[in-house]
Ligand binder design. Structure first.
Ligand SMILES: NC(=O)c1ccc[n+]([C@@H]2O[C@H](COP(=O)([O-])OP(=O)(O)OC[C@H]3O[C@@H](n4cnc5c(N)ncnc54)[C@H](O)[C@@H]3O)[C@@H](O)[C@H]2O)c1
Length: 412
């Protein structure tokens, strides 16, 4: 098993003519790397990938990307782009829908997905203001077509034939609120949207971003069960932002190269239910007890850090869009046959006594292919205690979601 390489979004069409599109095998593309190059070393024990995209050091819209944006306007780049459109060979082409696409997360997420060479068709849905977002995005000279859908009457059309549905619809936190405070509004939104997914694209991968993820994923599962189309391997709570934050904070604290760092984050997606397994950090690094506690608490409260800094203007949007785009890209790579795709996410799980739990999983064409249980071997005493401590809160959030969904009648 080879290690996964970094995901690279291209800001121009870089696909070689006649070749199968894969960000892994692409020549050094200008763009965004979403994954750490170590993100599977923890359990595979194998060497990290050495593909071009993995070797290069890139940061979002850093030197390389700025150059790419500039270069994409040159006649040479345009010619190359036109040539790729004339290519008679089929290319990887997936349809992705973003529900809640006009929001703080939805807009930058749509932009990042528009940059993916794996996407042919990007469907943007919201209850309002999505036409302008789609018109704006459609001017970017990347291959995917952008379509907009407004309001419940257009939702079914938005979802037909879609491979990946991402749901960031809902209200975000304000200072003083917990994710659970969002429950009453977002529970209904997620229920309604997932009903439409069940009716129109039951085979799609479903990515739930709307909080509280610890409850909205169980709600989605119940809705899908009631509709008779539940596939637990294809329903994901997006916890990638916790991993992205953990990687960033650890790299800063230990003065490591960011792209090298990978920390699995397990449990759930709220407060103490977020458990970074710092002892499993790659590259292997030692922490003092104080560092472990400080980092764990910071990762758990990072969302609140942003909510307070935004002072009433919402919660994390840009970093969330980045994290969600990474998860979308990983899903598309898995759908496209890449056999080395690993991500942490909140899924139905038998890893613990709880019915849902976030852990690292291997993604494949049919969704979750394997849960990586080896991350739980040899936990430190601190992690073991934190694991036990998170269970009651996570259990109650899961039960709240299931209870809500079971009291509702799903729309026929
Ligand atoms: N999973 C995570 O790590 C994570 C991180 C940050 C935020 N979030 C959550 O993501 C959600 C969105 O956050 P945001 O900052 O983008 O909020 P936002 O208010 O900026 O955007 C939400 C969008 O959803 C739309 N919407 C509302 N009801 C809808 C419906 N029924 N159908 C379709 N669209 C609908 C709104 O019109 C709006 O455009 C919140 O619940 C927030 O808590 C999750």
């Amino acid at each position: 098993m080879a290690a996964t390489s970094a995901t690279t979004f291209s800001v121009r069409s870089t696909m070689p003519l006649g070749s199968k599109v894969s960000p892994i095998s692409q020549p050094k593309a200008f763009g965004v790397r979403f994954n750490s190059k170590n993100c599977v070393k923890n359990f595979s024990g194998l060497k990290a990938a050495t593909s071009g995209s993995c070797e290069s050091d890139s940061s979002f819209l850093g030197k390389e990307s700025s150059a790419a944006l500039r270069d994409s306007c040159t006649p040479k780049a345009q010619k190359q782009y036109q040539r790729s459109w004339k290519n008679p060979q089929p290319q990887a082409s997936y349809k992705v829908a973003v529900l809640g696409a006009a929001g703080g997360i939805g807009q930058p997420l749509a932009l990042l997905i528009k940059m993916s060479p794996l996407v042919s068709n990007l469907r943007l849905y919201d209850i309002a203001n999505v036409k302008g977002v789609a018109a704006d995005l459609s001017h970017c000279n990347t291959p995917s077509q952008v379509l907009d859908f407004t309001g419940a009457s257009e939702l079914a059309n938005c979802l037909k034939g879609v491979n990946v549905v991402v749901i960031p619809a809902g209200v975000p936190r304000k200072p003083g609120m917990t994710r659970d405070d969002l429950f009453n509004i977002n529970a209904n939104i997620v229920k309604t949207l997932v009903e439409a997914v069940a009716d129109n694209c039951p085979d799609a991968f479903i990515h739930i971003i709307s909080n509280p993820v610890n409850s909205t994923v169980p709600i989605a599962a119940e809705v899908l069960k009631q509709k008779g189309v539940y596939d637990p391997k294809k329903l994901f709570g997006v916890t990638t932002l916790d991993v992205v934050r953990a990687n960033t904070f650890v790299a800063q604290k230990k003065n490591l190269k960011l792209i090298d760092v990978d920390v699995p984050v397990v449990g759930g997606h709220a407060g103490i239910t977020i458990l970074p397994l710092l002892s499993k950090t790659k590259p292997s690094v030692s922490f003092t007890d104080d560092e472990i506690h400080e980092l764990t608490v910071r990762i758990q409260n990072a969302g609140t850090e942003v909510v307070e800094a935004k002072a009433g203007a919402g919660s994390a949007t840009l970093s969330m869009a980045y994290a969600a785009a990474r998860f979308v890209e990983s899903s598309l790579r898995a759908l496209d046959g890449d056999s080395d795709v690993y991500e942490c996410c909140f899924i139905e799980s038998d890893l613990t006594e709880l019915p849902f739990f976030a852990s690292r999983v291997k993604l494949g064409k049919k969704g979750v292919e394997a849960v990586i249980s080896s991350d739980f071997q040899g936990l430190t005493e601190y992690e073991q205690k934190a694991l036990e401590a998170l269970k009651p809160e996570l259990k109650s959030s899961i039960e709240k979601g299931i209870g809500f969904a079971q009291k509702q009648t799903v729309a026929a």
